[in-house]
Design a protein around this ligand. Structure first.
Ligand code: SAM
Length: 341
């Protein structure tokens, strides 16, 4: 389950187009706990906290700490309960103190997003008004965030710290090798994400997608790679550097969709559940979350029926349509800043 804590972001990446304000009815901390508790009782094992930018949420550390009792008991791994709590962040606000506080609170993993290794590219990809100098400042903060996270105990070698990069053709494809080099030097797995048609306002066009196979080809020509495949229910196909310098992963949602075994549920900051990143509508859980305690059990039933009735396979349909030339119009999608990636 991916739970968005806010739709606001401190960056303005044009491929994501976050909001500068939150929806009016944000979930409260108690409602978030109630929701994750119901989901974990139904069998959801992994939780990712996201946004918008989740570090803008002041109660993030408190939430992570409050979620700890929902973990499955180590002695009974088959029982319902959370196995993992992860965070996706742009890293700008990940200070020494917050990295340490998140670790102490019980966060397991952090994925940091960064789309370039020079000020001009970072400024362009992050939608910064201040040009290369502003990009350089953000870049320094994100690189420091990687240091802070590693120092706090998020061990990249154990997969507890990863780097995400969205690659768009003609926009930052020249960053493939520099990003790979940066990740290799730090022993961090780099996850390259194809530019996706999430939302309605990022100007997505099929020709802006650099297919994952091409990303792997370019990096593999420089540092040979050995394929490791994609784990069941995983989003990323993984590769190992033949020289032993760690791993590379690609998320090929556009060129090689994996709808068939996708098991993600996404809940927006205002409590609307979506069974697909590309869905046009979701199920508002607030009426159940805000019902009287006596009616609270319906939340489990609501989640259960939403989950059992899901049939989304938009990415596969898009791919089929593109190859047969039948899809000419796109249906509206929910925005990425609400769904949280
Ligand atoms: N603000 C946090 C961050 O930057 O990681 C969390 C939210 S962000 C929406 C989560 C991830 O989605 C980021 O790695 C971001 O790059 C990715 N993302 C956003 N829009 C995308 C798009 N159109 N295609 C592919 N990935 C996208």
């Amino acid at each position: 389950m991916r739970l968005s804590l806010t739709a606001r972001c401190n960056l303005a990446c044009p491929y994501c187009c976050p909001d500068s304000h939150d929806p009016p009815e944000l979930l409260t901390q108690a409602e978030r706990l109630q929701l994750v508790s119901a989901a974990s009782a139904l069998g959801f094992r992994r939780l990712r906290l996201t946004g918008g930018e989740p570090l803008l949420h002041r109660g993030l550390e408190e939430l992570v700490a409050a979620l700890q009792p929902l973990r499955s008991a180590p002695a009974s791994p088959g029982e319902p309960g959370l196995n993992e709590i992860a965070l996706t962040t742009n890293g700008v606000l990940l200070s020494v103190e917050r990295a340490q506080a998140l670790r102490t609170a019980g966060l397991d993993r952090i994925s940091v997003s960064l789309d370039g290794t020079d000020g001009a590219t970072v400024a362009r990809m992050a939608g910064l008004a201040g040009g290369p100098a502003a990009g350089e400042t953000v870049l320094e903060k994100v690189l420091a965030a990687l240091d802070h996270a590693a120092a706090a105990g998020f061990d990249p070698a154990a997969g507890a710290l990863k780097l995400n990069a969205v690659i768009a053709r003609g926009r930052n494809e020249d960053q493939l090798l520099p990003l790979a080099q940066l990740a290799r030097q730090r022993g961090i797995e780099l996850r390259l994400i194809e530019f996706m048609d999430v939302g309605n306002r990022n100007g997505w066009q099929p020709d802006l997608v650099l297919p994952a196979t091409e990303m792997v080809r370019r990096i593999g020509a420089h540092w040979p790679l050995v394929p490791l495949g994609r784990q069941a229910h995983g989003t990323a196909s993984r590769w190992r550097y033949r020289d032993g310098a760690g791993h590379l992963a690609v998320v090929a949602s556009i060129s090689a969709p994996f709808c068939g075994d996708c098991d993600r549920l996404r809940v927006t900051a205002d409590g609307v559940a979506y069974t697909c990143l590309f869905a046009s509508s979701g199920l508002d859980l607030k009426p159940w979350l805000r019902a009287s305690a006596a009616a609270g059990g319906n939340l489990n039933e609501g989640l259960h029926s939403l989950w059992s009735a899901r049939h989304d396979r938009y990415s596969e349909q898009r791919a089929q349509g593109q190859s047969s030339g039948t899809v000419t119009t796109q249906r509206p999608h929910a925005e990425m800043a609400y769904l949280g990636g």
